[in-house]
Design a protein around this ligand. Structure first.
Ligand SMILES: NC(=O)c1ccc[n+]([C@@H]2O[C@H](COP(=O)([O-])OP(=O)(O)OC[C@H]3O[C@@H](n4cnc5c(N)ncnc54)[C@H](O)[C@@H]3O)[C@@H](O)[C@H]2O)c1
Length: 406
């Protein structure tokens, strides 16, 4: 079972040297964030397309930045002590596994992996390596979401949580060709936010997806999904990616209907409470926002050894919600999350090439238990929990030079 991750002196005495892997659209946003952070020092860019990496380095005003096609090799050359994985989803598993097993902690873009079995493999690889793998689920890192979570706690038992997401973007590229562009590429943000808001995990999913006649996507641009959560509440998501007019925020529009009243969030401005006689608890505002917030939390977790929100064990159930919705849409039947997780576990064991990772996966008696034990769950930053066994610091890796105590 997992222990805490190795501590790393992230920006405490000197900036942490990091590599960015993936210099595409999102990779370039990450490069700007890494460049601006006082806690890390960008020491190289990795991409299979070295021209793209070179262009990204030039855009940053750093044309001499070391460039490579393999993160572990470039880390050895540059002294990088951590990796930010912003590759395409199908590359998340190979890139992040190699980095973790080479002793490099990883902050990775969502989704954890392109499939649930590969996400389980990554959770096991984090256990085997003792390195932190945190998934940057950027829309969770929003002070307004944190404020809404506070209101949910004030409102008592939740009956229904709803999200509406209606937009009409014309991306071009891979999303236009996906079978489930909305559910797989976008809805994971809302599913992840719902888990965070409710502090409850999904039990079952029902979903219908379809593609309107005017859609410019090959796959289903519309979906409605209903999740039963472990606290008895229901989370309902309705979205469309070809919905011209009256567009919602990219965060969607949210309503929490609860025992003592209602809270609403338009995804852009402060959430609003409508609950007679209820005064919201005064809570400190979350300092973390977007991918810069995820980076701050990753660095803090490396320094302290604490398990951050978004650690892979904690994040996996957001991807499981996506796969459950996709399966339900395909079969027309509800999906029990435990069944889905058990099947993913069998598949992960069958596909696993690394003996140590296979042994770790084989030691899981139940996926839920393994995920809960690994996540140390779910303590938002500000509600701190330090593992008793945190602070181990010892593997022969490119990161050893940065291994300090705090
Ligand atoms: N959080 C958000 O709001 C948000 C928004 C957009 C994208 N994303 C996520 O960011 C990730 C990247 O998306 P994108 O839009 O930048 O994609 P992209 O296709 O624009 O860029 C991906 C880059 O990864 C490179 N790459 C692929 N395989 C690689 C490998 N094995 N090693 C090194 N480089 C490799 C490609 O050459 C490409 O340059 C995805 O996981 C996506 O889901 C998140």
């Amino acid at each position: 079972m997992s222990g805490s991750h190795r501590r790393v002196d992230c920006g405490e005495h000197a900036p942490l040297p990091v590599l960015a892997v993936g210099a595409g659209a999102m990779g370039r946003a990450w490069l700007r964030t890494l460049q601006a952070s006082p806690e890390v020092e960008l020491v190289g860019i990795v991409d299979l397309d070295t021209d793209a990496a070179g262009r990204a380095a030039a855009e940053l005003g750093r044309p001499d930045l070391p460039i490579g096609t393999d993160a572990v090799t470039l880390a050895a050359r540059t002294g990088a002590a951590a990796v930010v994985d912003v590759t395409v989803p199908v590359a998340h598993h190979p890139v992040t596994t190699a980095a973790l097993l080479a002793g490099l902690p990883v902050l990775g873009e969502k989704p954890a992996a392109d499939t649930l079995p590969r996400a389980l493999s990554l959770a096991a690889a984090a256990e085997v390596s003792g390195e932190l793998f945190m998934v940057s689920q950027s829309r969770r890192w929003n002070p307004q979401v944190a404020a809404l979570r506070g209101l949910v706690q004030d409102l008592g038992a939740v009956g229904t949580l709803t999200t509406e997401f209606f937009r009409a973007p014309r991306f071009g590229g891979f999303r236009d060709a996906m079978a489930q562009p909305l559910l797989v590429d976008m809805a994971i943000h809302a599913f992840d936010t719902a888990r965070y808001l409710l502090g409850a995990e999904p039990v079952s999913a029902w979903c219908s997806s379809w593609n309107p006649s005017w859609s410019w996507y090959a796959g289903d641009a519309n979906a409605t999904a209903l999740f039963t959560m472990a606290d008895g509440s229901r989370f309902s998501y309705t979205g469309s990616w070809c919905a011209p007019g009256a567009e919602t925020s990219w965060n969607g529009a949210w309503r929490v209907s609860a025992e003592r009243g209602t809270a609403r969030w338009d995804g852009e401005t402060e959430p609003v409470l409508d609950a007679e006689g209820l005064v919201a608890t005064d809570r400190p505002r979350s300092p973390h926002s977007d991918i810069g917030g995820a980076l701050e939390v990753f660095c803090a977790a490396l320094r302290t050894g604490e398990t951050p929100m978004g650690e892979v064990h904690e994040n996996v159930l957001s991807l499981a919600m996506v796969e459950a919705a996709v399966e339900s849409a395909a079969t027309g039947r509800p999906v029990q999350l435990d069944d889905l997780l058990a099947r993913a576990h069998v598949q992960a064991l069958a596909e696993e090439a690394h003996p140590g990772v296979r042994a770790a996966l084989g030691g899981w008696s139940s996926v839920r238990e393994a995920l809960a034990a690994g996540a140390g769950w779910v303590r938002p930053v500000g509600d701190r929990r330090i593992r008793a066994d945190s602070g181990s610091c010892g593997s022969s890796s490119p990161a050893d030079s940065a291994c300090g105590s705090s």
